[in-house]
Design a protein around this ligand. Structure first.
Ligand code: KIV
Length: 279
């Protein structure tokens, strides 16, 4: 049986840190699940790392459903959360509920959406129909990015107070957890101490109840941007490029394939064939 929403909430109560990693495809999701990460997040960062968009704005519901289905076929242990993409929940509450339902039908256990207090009503409505919601405050790539760029949030007293209020309102609206993106570590810690549901930090310091990273970032596969908060556990892009160069060279030089990679006919059948075609 995979982890439940209650398991994740209980981890905060029991002071156990929560591990979250983004997942978008069957193969890597299988490995993340096997590594017993607590939560697989089908983030809309898929638009950048999987589809090559400049940002997350173009990501569609159909794309998010496809990634969610692939990850849900792989997961056995982890909780599966999927992002609602830009404009799938902001226009009206009916859309937000319908689109959350699509992600649940695609295999997610919960949805995540960006926004502070302005999203509280939408979150309550989604939670009321029985769909668990993870909030997301601080840097919100779908919108904050449009006018501020990558900027640390909560560096002044007023912006800190706004973030703390946002977190409280989301908790009241019924979220089971909140992602805190690029918030100064002091404010992230205050939020984590203030609310009862777990906080999942990305670039927000060690005071959060859990941490999330984009899988391509931690494996060192995505070179376009290198945020300061990413810990690269590998430099896979170099290893992969070198490996593909070797494959390329082997094909050109005739080193690949070798006899162990091909299949043979029965010698008698081959002889008969040669006789028949005169070769
Ligand atoms: O889209 C995403 O991957 C995310 C996380 C980085 C929090 O929202």
């Amino acid at each position: 049986m995979h982890k439940s929403i209650q398991d994740i909430i209980d981890m905060k109560k029991n002071e156990k840190k929560i591990s979250v990693i983004t997942s978008y495809d069957y193969t890597l999701a299988t490995l993340c699940d096997r590594a017993e990460v607590d939560v697989l997040l089908v983030g809309d960062s898929a638009g950048m790392v999987m589809l090559g968009y400049e940002n997350t704005i173009p990501v569609t519901m159909d794309q998010m459903c496809m990634f969610t289905e692939a990850v849900s076929r792989a997961r056995q242990n982890s909780l599966l959360v999927a992002d609602l993409p830009f404009m799938s929940y902001q226009v009206n509450i009916d859309d937000a509920i319908k689109n959350s339902g699509k992600l649940i039908k695609a295999g997610a256990d919960a949805v995540k959406l960006e926004g502070g207090s302005t999203m509280a009503e939408t979150i309550s409505a989604i939670v009321d129909v029985g769909i668990p919601v993870m909030g997301h405050i601080g840097l919100q790539p779908q919108t904050t990015m449009l006018y501020q760029g990558y900027k640390v949030q909560g560096k002044t007293k007023n912006s800190a107070l706004k973030l703390i209020d946002d977190a409280k309102e989301l908790e009241e609206a019924g979220v089971f957890s909140i992602a805190l993106e690029m918030i100064s570590h002091e404010v992230a810690e205050i939020i984590s101490e203030t609310i009862n549901v777990p906080t999942i930090g990305i670039g927000s310091g060690v005071g959060c109840d859990g941490q999330v990273l984009v899988i391509q970032d931690l494996l060192g596969m995505y070179d376009k941007i290198k945020p300061k908060f990413v810990k690269r556990y590998m430099n896979l892009s170099e290893d992969i490029t070198r490996t593909i160069e070797n494959y390329n060279k082997d094909i050109k030089s005739g080193m690949f394939p070798a006899p162990e990679h091909w299949f043979s006919m029965d010698p008698k059948e081959l002889e008969n064939l040669r006789e028949e075609i005169g070769k």
